[in-house]
Design a protein. Structure first.
Length: 542
């Protein structure tokens, strides 16, 4: 076998941002022709490490060795000349260019005159070797988030890199697409074509597709193993460190009596940012005491659905009812009907960044007793309430008076969740609640959501992480093309069936079943019927 793949080694690689040490003398070895996974909590230094390797960030100390020789990789252009490619966590495609032009642009140097007939023939032949196809004439503006991620991967595969680095490459892919991509890369690695380094938070992907795995914690390399010799529990323990619980606490799912429908959505139609129809005739019920998970590849209307439900986006047609009342998401209705929400990107959508933590936590109640009396705010009561919630939810902050934007992402999530659940909620609307959070924060927020469900709260949960939905939900619905195309009980749900519907390839002969408990088209086994589902153990959200 001809070994086209490169070996990679870092020697005491160190990077500081002011007084903060993001990388602390990391010495990593990656064997040529293998798939090497990088694990670690949010902020552990994984992205900083790979950015130093590709020259996007300059290290303060240490060195990078390619095939045993030290290299001064001081820019991504130098990395590309060495045969190193990287798929970043955020999209780098040019919005106004076609797929063909974006692929060609990845080459770097182009002739003054391009023979497009020859180029298109070459690109067409290249796409026949990949696990998915894209329209060469489409622009990224026409593509979903999952298709943009595919384009990012295709750009690098087109260059035939000898070392390919991927930062969370499957976050917007269906399970089938993720397995196809990672399976293809593993096959190429084992054939000696390239070496693959991937950052992931999904233990399942590590177990199924990686040869070796390394764990970073607080900027330091704390473990490296052959995947065949280590289990998920041991890796989780390495991620969180001594003195902290490595295993996720089991979720206690109480047996709920059948609840009344708290949320009823009928024939909902919502427009997207460019005027296109993002939600098309959607129908959905959520009962008290159940978690309904909404699965789907990003860009299929989930964001617009949740924005319409919380009042951030206009509804074109249809109706939303909460506890039988026509719902318009006004502040008065939210208070009276006890509707709470944890939106995506809460610092942007649910907080005032420059306002104090304590004041943000009072936004729901500042004008009601006991926080207000006779038209006057009682600052002492507001501060005491904030201190109590900070302690109860373990929010790490310099104090109730610190600006909200000074908190880490996980602590912003905790603060918003504390505010929303400080008083009993009948309906909780949640979008991607743990995206980008560390292992401990994930476990805690999941436990809070299930505890609310056990108290009788109806929870609508949108997540792009299918494993998270399988872990938390009583019932799962799949959105594709702005519609609900499939529904099933979370107990015993089949990943591949869900993934097929997420990708728009479900059995067209099997009609989608909408509604849920208490409504038309209710699922054959409604949640809350005394048979509480026992979803498979969570792997991805860790």
């Amino acid at each position: 076998m001809t070994m086209h793949a490169l070996s990679l080694q870092t020697f005491e690689l160190t990077k500081r941002f002011g007084a903060f040490t993001a990388l602390d003398a990391v010495s990593l070895k990656v064997r040529p022709g293998t798939v090497h996974a990088l694990l670690g909590e949010n902020g552990a230094g994984k992205s900083t490490l790979v950015k130093c390797i590709v020259g996007y960030v300059a290290p303060d100390a240490g060195s990078v060795l390619i095939d045993g020789r030290e290299q001064a990789v001081d820019s991504p252009a130098v990395a590309r000349q060495l045969g190193i490619g990287m798929v970043y966590q955020h999209f780098t495609v040019v919005p106004g260019m076609t797929v063909a032009e974006n692929l060609l642009l990845a080459r770097g140097r182009l002739p003054a005159v391009i023979d497009w007939k020859a180029v298109r023939a070459e690109l067409g032949a290249f796409l026949q070797t990949t696990p998915f196809q894209l329209d060469l004439d489409a622009t990224p503006q026409d593509l979903s988030a999952g298709e943009k991620q595919k384009l990012e991967i295709l750009k690098q595969l087109y260059l035939r890199p000898r070392l390919l680095i991927l930062d969370e490459p499957t976050s917007v892919l269906t399970p089938q697409e993720a397995d196809e991509v990672l399976g293809l890369l593993k096959a190429r690695a084992h054939a000696g074509d390239c070496t693959v380094v991937m950052i992931t938070h999904k233990f399942r992907e590590v177990a199924e597709h990686a040869d070796d795995v390394s764990v970073l914690r607080r900027g330091a390399l704390v473990a490296s193993h052959a995947v065949a010799e280590v289990g998920a529990d041991r890796l989780a323990a390495a991620m969180v460190g001594a003195g902290r619980s490595a295993a996720q606490a089991p979720l206690i799912r109480e047996r709920n009596a059948p609840g009344a429908a708290r949320l009823q959505v009928r024939d909902l139609r919502v427009s997207g940012d460019r005027g296109e129809r993002a939600v098309q005739g959607l129908a959905l019920n959520v009962a008290g005491g159940e978690i309904v998970g909404v699965a789907g590849v990003s860009g299929n209307g989930q964001r617009e659905l949740m924005e319409a439900l919380v009042g951030q986006r206009a509804i074109d047609a249809g109706e939303v009812r909460v506890s039988g009342e026509r719902f318009h998401a006004t502040r008065a209705q939210n208070r009276r009907l006890r509707v709470r929400s944890l939106p995506e990107e809460p610092l942007r959508n649910a907080c005032v960044g420059d306002l104090a933590v304590g004041h943000n936590m009072a936004l729901r109640v500042f004008d009601t007793a006991p926080a207000a009396r006779g038209g006057w705010l009682r600052w002492g009561v507001i501060a005491e309430r904030a201190r109590r919630l900070i302690a109860e939810y373990g929010i790490k902050t310099q104090g109730a008076g610190a600006p909200m934007r000074s908190l880490s992402g996980g602590n912003v999530q905790r603060a918003v969740l504390a505010r929303e659940l400080a008083e009993a909620a009948d309906l909780l609307l949640v979008s991607n609640p743990v995206f980008g959070l560390d292992f401990a924060a994930v476990a805690e927020i999941h436990a809070r959501l299930v505890a609310a469900r056990n108290r009788g709260t109806a929870v609508l949960l949108v997540s792009e992480d299918l494993d998270e939905l399988l872990h938390l939900s009583d019932r799962i619905v799949v959105m594709s093309g702005g519609r609900i195309v499939f529904e099933c009980d979370a107990r015993g749900a089949d990943r591949r069936t869900l993934g097929a519907h997420m990708g728009g390839h479900g059995d067209a002969a099997a009609p989608a079943r909408h509604g849920g408990p208490g409504g038309p088209g209710a699922h054959d086994v409604p949640a809350g019927d005394g048979r509480i589902p026992s979803p498979p153990p969570l792997q991805a959200a860790a």
